[in-house]
Design a protein around this ligand. Structure first.
Ligand code: ATR
Length: 271
């Protein structure tokens, strides 16, 4: 029941999705803590942060397009979020707002369910905020080699330079990228309502690799369907989403939520 003791968490984005509230509220109910999570459609980032302080929210997730802008309004930035250059999690400790990044944790945990990362060769497609977070995780995981591929060459090169990776060229070059163990799509290509698109054609995918797609809806993107036909192990984007939310829930409530409980609720919605 919502009462004067209820701790409020939220999310801010220009376009909201219900997936965050499904995961968080399911977890809080299951943990038996008096928390609620509310998605807010926000068009003014600075005012929203003032609102977090004024209304004493316990925490807040940050989504597109505010993951960078939000950093200048917070009191502290975790060094990892600073290195990534993006915040997706705000924790309010008695009025002191600290920004964290849990996207990289989500991605690396989802990958490690299926594969080792140390000494592996990775192709990472995309150079946006998600790619930056994943890049941090790949570097920390001591991959052998990471090659960035991106449509906009300057952005791809800048990301590769920031993390000491190679830049492999634009999307057309993807079939020429030699020898990888793991391929990650960190672009939005394939996301509902353009769910028939794939960043890579079936013919350009290699056999017997690991393929991860950060796209959440649909669960089975064309890229993952192609990858299965090529006998690749596949990782769906929803697993990264749950793992990054587990970090947030622990930061907000101090409790460890159950992956399976959140997964069940999320898959019911996505199927
Ligand atoms: P996010 O923060 O979620 O990563 P973003 O910063 O907008 O989102 O980045 C989206 C990524 O998807 C970018 O790498 C973008 O490529 P550009 O740098 O060329 O814009 C990539 N992307 C989006 N739509 C694309 C498309 N139709 N074809 C190829 N790449 C696309």
């Amino acid at each position: 029941m919502i009462n004067d003791k209820t701790k409020i968490c939220g999310s801010i984005a220009i376009k909201q999705s219900e997936l965050g509230s499904i995961m968080h509220n399911t977890a809080y109910n299951n943990l038996g803590v008096n928390f609620i999570y509310i998605p807010f459609t926000v068009s003014h980032c600075k005012s929203a942060i003032e609102g977090i302080r004024a209304l004493k929210f316990r925490g807040c997730s940050v989504s597109m397009p505010y993951k960078q802008e939000v950093m200048k309004y917070l009191d502290k930035i975790d060094p990892v979020a600073q290195e990534i250059g993006a915040v997706n999690t705000i924790v309010n400790d008695d009025g002191v707002l600290t920004g964290y990044n849990s996207d990289w944790i989500g991605a690396i945990k989802a990958l490690k369910e299926i594969t080792e990362l140390k000494n592996k060769k990775v192709v990472l497609v995309g150079a946006g905020g998600a790619s930056r977070a994943i890049s941090y995780g790949l570097k920390k995981s001591q991959c052998n080699k990471v090659t960035i591929i991106n449509r906009t060459v300057d952005k791809g090169k800048a990301l590769a330079d920031d993390f000491g990776f190679e830049f492999g060229g634009d999307i057309e070059k993807i079939n020429e990228v030699i020898d990888y163990d793991i391929l990650i799509n960190a672009t939005s290509v394939g996301f509902f309502p353009n769910e028939n698109n794939s960043i890579i054609n079936e013919k350009d995918l290699k056999n017997d690799k690991v393929v991860m797609d950060i796209v959440i809806k649909p669960l089975e993107t064309p890229l993952l369907e192609f990858a299965k036909k090529k006998n690749c192990k596949t990782i769906s984007g929803y697993r990264m989403l749950i793992y990054q939310a587990l970090f947030q829930i622990e930061k907000y409530s101090g409790k460890k939520a159950k992956f399976e409980v959140m997964e069940k609720a999320l898959l019911e919605k996505l199927k």
